[in-house]
Design a protein around this ligand. Structure first.
Ligand code: AMP
Length: 362
């Protein structure tokens, strides 16, 4: 009898997880609100809302383990699925990372540095905010923000009230820090507690959306060692199984954690070609209780997101060494439609390929 993996969510992350599961002879099954990139590549899927607990339980009863590819998932959906099969990563990891305030407090508790922040409650102590966080600051909604959505830059105390009303939900105010580089660190933890890290990644965003990742990013050895130790402890505290993405800000004052994503992550797509075992395969291995694969990089890699509209396929494929991944989505402004990975032995060759690729983008 072959193994079956249940995936909650029908986006491109679920699709790439499903493809990796197929490759290992594991049957992927997808639970989504509607058909999409992941259900397109799976034979058996369940289309129902995430608050349909009976459907979730029945779905999970048909698989060996359940995972998820999105954070905007009610924690109760995990509880319902857990009545049918083990669910990874843990509900604790999802509940904590879904809420920026809980997440920041948890990170601090784990000894990781974050940008100075303050919760913004109904009755806001503006003097305390000005002291602890300062202006300008960023207001971020505690829940539901992604790709820079749900954020407002606030220049002064006078603008605070209007910005809070515009967001209309509980927020966190965060100091605007000086970003030297945006980095990410991807970790994977198996059901037996084994932990492995991918090389750090440098990320470039535009309009809040990831555009280009490069790996390996060179960072100071002692900083990396400390991050590995702290993230390792954090994974253990969560009872975490699967891939976790840690988004980092490199600032003049050191490395800060921006946020965590309890899932495979866009900044790890390069691992499909650029690492011995991809983040998707390692996530599948982890949640299925299989041995993890090596995370070592094969050389230098760059990943370019295809956002909004697609260049002609033939033009993309004409770039030497380009590995093209399309998600089967219809074009829309700001929508991630696919990505391209380039791998090279040396950074210079990579940059040449990147220039050719970027010339094709809008
Ligand atoms: P986020 O949704 O938290 O990932 O933020 C989206 C983007 O906004 C980040 O990738 C950064 O480029 C920028 N950003 C977020 N928080 C800060 C901050 N505290 N200081 C400076 N830039 C930030």
């Amino acid at each position: 009898v072959s193994l079956r993996l249940g995936i909650l969510g029908n986006g491109q992350l679920g699709r790439m997880l499903a493809v990796c599961a197929h490759q290992l002879g594991i049957e992927p099954r997808v639970f989504g609100k509607a058909s999409g990139p992941a259900t397109d590549v799976t034979r058996a899927s369940t289309l129902a809302p995430f608050d349909d607990e009976a459907a979730l339980e029945a779905f999970a009863a048909g698989v060996d383990a359940v995972t998820y590819e999105l954070e905007q998932l009610p924690v109760l959906a995990l509880a319902a699925a857990a009545r049918g099969a083990p669910v990874f990563p843990s509900a604790l990891a999802l509940a904590t990372t879904q809420d920026r305030l809980l997440e920041k407090r948890f990170l601090l508790g784990q000894g990781l540095a974050v940008a100075p922040f303050a919760p913004l409650e109904e009755a806001c102590d503006e003097a305390a905010l000005a002291h602890d966080v300062g202006f300008p600051c960023l207001l971020k909604t505690r829940q539901g923000g992604y790709d820079g959505k749900g954020q407002r830059l606030v220049a002064s105390a006078a603008e605070l009230g209007a910005a809070r009303r515009a967001l209309g939900v509980p927020c966190v105010a965060e100091r605007v820090v000086q970003l030297e580089r945006e980095l990410s660190l991807l970790a994977v933890r198996g059901r037996d507690g084994e932990v492995a890290f991918y090389d750090p990644v440098e990320n470039q965003h535009e309009g809040g959306i990831l555009r280009v990742s490069r790996a390996p990013a060179v960072i100071d050895e002692s900083t990396l060692e400390a991050l590995h130790r702290q993230v390792g402890e954090l994974l253990e505290a969560f009872g975490y199984v699967g891939v976790l993405a840690v988004e980092l800000f490199e600032t003049p004052a050191g490395v800060l954690v921006n946020e965590l994503a309890p899932r495979v992550h866009n900044s790890g797509h390069w691992t499909l070609e650029g690492a011995v075992t991809s983040q998707f395969e390692n996530h599948v291995r982890a949640v299925m209780g299989l041995p993890l694969g090596r995370t070592a990089s094969r050389g230098h890699s760059a990943m370019v997101n295809l956002v909004g509209s697609l260049p002609p396929l033939a033009a993309l494929l004409a770039v030497p060494g380009a590995a093209v991944h399309l998600y089967g989505k219809s074009p829309a402004p700001g929508r991630k439609l696919g990505h391209v990975t380039l791998c090279a032995e040396a950074p210079l060759a990579l940059e040449e390929g990147l220039l050719r690729l970027q010339a094709l983008l809008p």
